[in-house]
Design a binder for this molecule. Structure first.
Ligand code: DAH
Length: 438
């Protein structure tokens, strides 16, 4: 999930869908006790607002909390922050970090807007400027983040990220600190069972920033790499499944993020596959300048807790993190990474819905359909697939067919029950999007 902004977000801006009809008080949305006026940009749904404040990562015996504690104790001398409210401005989430005005991440099809001036943060990087501005020099920040997405076993519109950063003085004092810390970390890694496939710290396609001395930027990049290689050892070292004495394999890849240069992604070879773990880089100087700490250089990283927890605890479906079923919750103990034992897989039951879109309508984005399903049936939808889409050559009308797979994580659903829930989805689709069912 960490590279979503760089790679997956290629969709174009479609129309705004107002979900104002979802609210009993149609003119405002209330989040954490604060009321926000809605406008034509509002697309946050009641099902999403309902998740705000759950803070799963703060529960020390929840898999996300266990992982959060493990990472916090690895960076034991970093200030680990939690609990920042999720409502941010487009400036915090995008502009301050150098996102271009036409970046797809800003689209209403990809992000949950409360109104045109507020959205649910799509990443923990949204808090970088304010955290640097407070003078934090070694920090971690964990939070719930929100993205409109498809429905399947590895995507959920709310997930959790951890951001980390370390700031160094730009001058000679910074250089001495970097050299000492790099030597310490390199010595630790040299004694550890780890094999690293590296890329150059700097390259023509992954350059130092014009504002930086390249030698200094390379030391910062090296410190970032050493720090994260050590984290990978803590997280995956004895658990990679390669067998006793077989070293952990970590590989570094050049990447692109609007808010870092150079930028990298980290992958780990785990149980026979390369897994993408995080994104990171040397923070764009404009972010530090904006935070009023100009004479410094910083590295930063961001990782998705669910992705890593699913791997470490062998959790097969992302919806399980939200389960309050004791058969799930009772399996985990603070401070321990254990393998999840599936209690049952209840039978799935799929239902299709085919429809004509209103003529001249701007269309229905897949994410609009997924949000409608979630808002109507909650976590009973296991996945949603667009199985057909075409435009009639004569009438020019567009048709779509989605297949919704219904499956509860806690019990069996009867066919009658699924028919009734699916009927609610169909009714809501007609009401909200004016489609004609085929
Ligand atoms: N915010 C990025 C995302 O959600 C992840 C990320 C990449 C965070 C690079 C960083 C960074 O701090 O340096 O996709």
């Amino acid at each position: 999930m960490t590279v979503a902004f760089a790679l997956r977000r290629s969709r174009t801006l479609l129309r705004t869908t107002s979900y104002s009809r979802c609210y009993s008080t149609p003119s405002t949305v209330s989040i954490l006790g604060k009321k926000y006026p809605i406008d034509s940009t509002t697309n946050v749904t009641a099902a999403i607002v309902d998740k705000v404040g759950r803070n799963l990562y703060m529960d020390p015996s929840h898999p996300l909390g266990i992982l959060h504690s493990l990472i916090s104790s690895h960076f034991h001398d970093f200030n680990s922050m939690t609990g920042l409210p999720p409502v941010v401005t487009p400036a915090q989430n995008f502009d301050d970090l150098g996102f271009p005005p036409d970046h797809p991440g800003r689209a209403v099809t990809d992000s949950y807007y409360i109104n045109r001036d507020h959205l649910l943060r799509t990443h923990t990087s949204a808090h970088e400027v304010e955290t640097f501005a407070r003078g934090e020099r070694k920090w971690l920040l964990s939070a719930d983040v929100y993205r409109r997405d498809e429905i399947d076993a590895s995507h959920y519109p709310v997930f959790h990220q951890m951001e980390g950063a370390r700031v160094f003085a730009a001058g000679t004092a910074g250089r001495a600190e970097l050299e000492a810390d790099n030597a310490r970390l390199a010595a630790h890694l040299a004694r550890s069972p780890i094999v690293i496939e590296d890329v150059p710290h700097l390259s023509p396609t992954n350059p130092a920033q014009p504002a930086h001395d390249p030698a200094h930027a390379a030391l910062v990049a090296q410190n970032l790499k050493l720090s994260l290689n050590a984290l990978m050892l803590t997280l995956f070292g004895d658990r990679a499944g390669a067998g006793e004495g077989v070293p952990l394999r970590v590989r570094w890849i050049e990447a692109y993020f609007p808010f870092t240069s150079p930028s990298y992604e980290v992958e780990v070879f785990f149980r026979g596959k390369w897994l993408e773990i995080l994104g990171c880089g040397v923070v764009q100087q404009q972010t530090l300048d904006r935070a009023n700490v100009p004479d410094n250089v910083s590295w930063a990283f961001g990782l998705g807790l669910e992705r890593i927890a699913m791997i470490l605890f062998s959790i097969p479906d992302i919806r399980l993190f939200w389960s309050q079923d004791p058969r799930f919750t009772s399996q985990f103990t603070a401070g321990q990474i254990t393998t999840f034992k599936p209690y049952s897989k209840y039978p799935a039951c799929y239902k299709d819905v085919s429809f004509w879109l209103e003529q001249n309508s701007a269309g229905l984005h897949d994410n609009d359909f997924c949000d409608l399903v979630r808002d109507t049936v909650g976590d009973l939808a296991e996945d949603v697939v667009l199985i057909d889409s075409f435009t009639h050559p004569k009438t020019n009308k567009s048709s779509k067919c989605y297949r919704v797979n219904y499956c509860s994580m806690d019990r069996s659903l009867s066919n009658d029950e699924v028919n009734a829930i699916h009927a609610r989805v169909v009714t809501s689709l007609v009401e909200k999007f004016g489609v004609e069912i085929r």
